[in-house]
Write a protein that binds this ligand. Structure first.
Ligand SMILES: NC(=O)c1ccc[n+]([C@@H]2O[C@H](COP(=O)([O-])OP(=O)(O)OC[C@H]3O[C@@H](n4cnc5c(N)ncnc54)[C@H](O)[C@@H]3O)[C@@H](O)[C@H]2O)c1
Length: 376
């Protein structure tokens, strides 16, 4: 089987590539990634040594690049992770979100349709090669925001609130339209907030870990009461794999962690867990960046005084919570990683991989970081 994994140098895409290489022997993967600030070859540098992986630097909006990949490789599955993914950035500059997330998706669909279609059936609909599928990796944010109760199911009306979620909704609708109009074999997965290794440190969990190690304040939006449903990234990769291989064509599958947490509780948990890990394993203290006027071994500064409440995100959705019972019932998938274990694994990974953090946070990201958080 030959997979085209777009955005495979980003957080979830790279974890998916590693998952596929680790679990499927007979596989070829083509990664297409334009390497924005969020995509880094360093994330997949070990995987690039594997003969089963081919990397193409290019834009999903570029039809020549995408067509070229389909010409050279008989792709079976497209798994589209490539996207602009940060809500704050979409509030600053919506256009690139619409271009990449909607038009990029349409370009991938066009290429797949062209290369997979084999003719027409009696009703004039295109027919397709056997064993092909396009999977769109979407988000629970397309459903909007929940109050204190209730869950998003696959039939919850789409009600996006941010430019990011609106662009992901547009992409979902164009995928659905290709499924209906051209009878293309498609699936959409909508997952909750992921966490785990290789998460770019502008998102909540890796940002908090990074700031603690740098002795910086820990910015929490509003009063910290916003709730997200956290899913360990490897569990998400398993869900996508199941949908690619066994999902019913045309269906949407929600993927969630059964793990709702308030932002403020996440931040407090990271503080206490990190402090405990650094107490029990002094060798990890080398990850501390060195705080002016303080001995490197002194970790007493790691406490809740670091928390600072900052002006809330515009239009900040209050609560997301996924009902994943459809994927559990149909495909037998369930989240396996308890949050308490996943967060320890994640923090340990960051303590052991500060080189990666330094590498990905040099350059453009620094400018952005100053602009967004420096003034607070
Ligand atoms: N991270 C989450 O918690 C989460 C939750 C739900 C859904 N999702 C969705 O999952 C997907 C992956 O998310 P992520 O967190 O890994 O994102 P990410 O920002 O870490 O990675 C995105 C990747 O896409 C690449 N990319 C961006 N624009 C591109 C373009 N025009 N052409 C080619 N490559 C391009 C980037 O270089 C990067 O490698 C996204 O579609 C996102 O909407 C993420």
């Amino acid at each position: 089987m030959i997979y085209l994994v777009t955005g495979g140098a980003g957080f979830i895409g790279a974890n998916f590539v590693k998952y596929l290489l680790g679990t499927h022997r007979e596989i070829q993967i083509v990664v297409l990634d334009s390497l924005t600030y969020a995509g880094n070859l360093g994330t997949i540098k070990e995987d690039l040594k594997d003969a089963r992986l081919t990397f193409v630097k290019g834009d999903i909006k570029d039809s020549k690049v995408v067509d070229g990949i389909f010409d050279r490789h008989p792709i079976n599955f497209v798994v589209n992770f490539a996207a602009e993914s940060h809500v704050d950035r979409s509030i600053e500059n919506p256009q690139v979100f619409l271009e990449t997330n909607i038009l990029g998706t349409q370009n991938l669909l066009d290429a797949a349709k062209k290369h997979w279609s084999t003719g027409k059936d009696d009703h004039g609909y295109p027919t397709y090669k056997a064993g092909v599928k396009y999977l769109q990796v979407s988000t629970d944010e397309v459903y909007g925001s929940l109050g204190a109760t209730g869950y998003f199911t696959e039939t919850t009306p789409l009600d996006p609130r941010s430019p990011y979620s609106a662009s992901k909704t547009g992409a979902d609708l164009i995928v659905k339209a290709y499924g209906e109009t051209y009878k293309m074999p498609v699936n959409i997965t909508r997952c909750s907030n992921n966490y785990g290794p290789y998460h770019f440190p502008e998102k909540l969990i890796p940002l908090i870990i990074k700031n603690i190690l740098e002795g910086k304040k820990l910015p929490v939006y509003g009063d910290g009461s916003n709730v997200r449903d956290w899913l360990y990234v490897e569990d998400h990769c398993k869900a996508i794999d199941a949908v690619v291989l066994r999902g019913t064509v045309g269906e949407v599958y929600n993927v969630g962690g059964h793990n709702e947490k308030k932002n403020i509780d996440i931040v407090k948990l990271i503080i206490s867990t990190m402090r405990q890990m650094l107490e029990e394993h002094p060798e990890y203290r080398t990850a501390i960046k060195g705080i002016a006027g303080q001995a490197r071994n002194d970790i007493s500064y790691i406490n809740e005084d670091l928390i600072t409440y900052v002006t809330d995100r515009l239009g900040h959705d209050q609560r997301y919570a996924i009902d994943p019972s459809k994927i559990t019932a149909e495909l037998g998938w369930e989240p396996e990683t308890k949050f308490e274990d996943g967060i320890v694994k994640t923090i340990r990974w960051y303590l052991e991989n500060q080189d990666w953090v330094d590498e990905v946070t040099s350059g453009d990201y620094q400018k952005y970081y100053k602009q967004m958080y420096g003034k607070r």
